[in-house]
Design a protein around this ligand. Sequence first.
Ligand code: FDA
Length: 509
Amino acid sequence: CIDVIRAHDGFVSCMNDFIPFVNTSSYVFTRDMPMYSSLVSSPHNPRCSNSTASKRLVGIVTPNNIVEIQASVICSREHGLQVRVRSGGHDYEGLSYLCKTPFVIIDMRNLRSISIDIKQESAWVESGATLGELYYSIAQESQTHGFPAGVCPSVGVGGHFSGGGFGAMVRKYGLAADNVIDAYLVDAKGRFLDRESMGEDLFWAIRGGGGASFGVIVAWKIKLVRVPPKVTVFNVYKNMDQHTIDILRHWQHKAPKMKNELFIRVLIQYVHNNANPNISVQALFNSLFLGELKDLIPIMNETFPQLGLKEKDCLEMSWIESVLFLAGGLNKTTELLQSNKTDPYVSYFKAKSDFVTKPIPQHVFVRIREKFHQQKLIFMIMDPYGGRMSEISESHIPFPHRKGNLYNIQYLVKWDVNGVRASNEHIHWLRKLYKYMRPYVSKHPRSTYVNYRDLDIGTNPQANTSYLEAKVWGEKYFKGNFKRLAKVKSKVDPDNFFRNEQSIPLHQD
Ligand code: FDA
């Protein structure tokens, strides 16, 4: 506590000296200030709320400009404090707001401006913006442009782009990070850099390698993609009986090979059904087609007749309306995607992920169905890859899960009771499911997606973790790209200032 108080005084006075003309109380919030508690309590996953960590929190900075970020980095460094950067705050393990030593949070909420250039088919978006705000801003300017990123509108651009970012246009246009063409960043020395001044190595690393290891990413320049004026969406719900398990067999073969315009994902979940207790585990086929209904039906009849898709299952709409549909908000208006109107995602949850390279045998789905009867707040989300994802090389950016991957699985368990026992029980159950799936998913390494962060796969034991120790978890996220990430890290942050439980370590030859 004494350390924190001492660090607090030193940090605030350093910030004052750095920017003497601005009252620090307008952007540095410490525990004696009224705004402090509302800023601390923004995490989306209360499982990660940690009262011990909050005792080590020296202050929250909400910068309004680049100089305030530079001052935060330099003053934290000078006073031996670590930094956590928070954009949308969705990190699955809370790494954007938890720390084991005294620290400062740089919260990007005030840096959320978006400027769209339809003529150049590009945009600059600041890291504090949400995906919903970005999609909405694009649609305000053009009904025939979009951006291929995640499906949840409240997710922050800062963390999402820096870890890859995929959504319903992944098969047509790849990841969000594949479509980043420039970025602004404040590095460990407090320097403000763009693509040219940071160099291609660092620019490579922040597109999928996780931003938190390399600096504070202020803004991203992105390439907009073309979408048709009308797209088609559908939701087809199936009771998870033997027939549906057979459809899943076909889905595994077909979904990654269909036309790139067609994305059909599957969500397996338990549903409570009073009317028919036999229908309790359900598979939802949830889809976006970048085209009109009249073109979709023949494609489905020819390539995936097993689903039995009918016209009445489908809806035509604009791309921006499809964003709401996929986020589960069909009856809402697109204005909801704007700042402060997006529903914050708040739930106790723990997730893990896998990549599938060979179709999973049918008996495994039968077993999964049985397991879902034991644990009712479990979700399995299967997102097909293929298409554009298979055309991009594994080393193009740090995200390596390309050709050969049929789909990604996210396993997610939720609970709504605030108790340690309950959370342990749920997490234990999820770990058992993950263990059960081992023979059926990618191997050597068993790959996983950094944006679905999972500390179970390994953590850095201390500040100067060796490269060899970190390889245990690093190669699961980044495969062969982990080594290059560590080399970039050694070059741009040799003192390992930007570090956390799963930050990229320095490389030792
Ligand atoms: P947060 O602010 O917590 O940051 C996450 C990480 O990035 C932290 O390590 C943080 O320090 C770092 N970081 C954030 N901003 C930074 C910056 N400006 N500079 C440097 N480092 C920075 N993913 C996906 O690919 N597709 C999807 O559809 C979804 N859907 C989805 C729904 C929901 C409800 C959740 C909770 C999550 C997802 N995700 C997802 C996962 C999501 O992409 C992932 O959690 C992102 O890292 C979240 O980014 P935020 O900025 O919101 O998080």
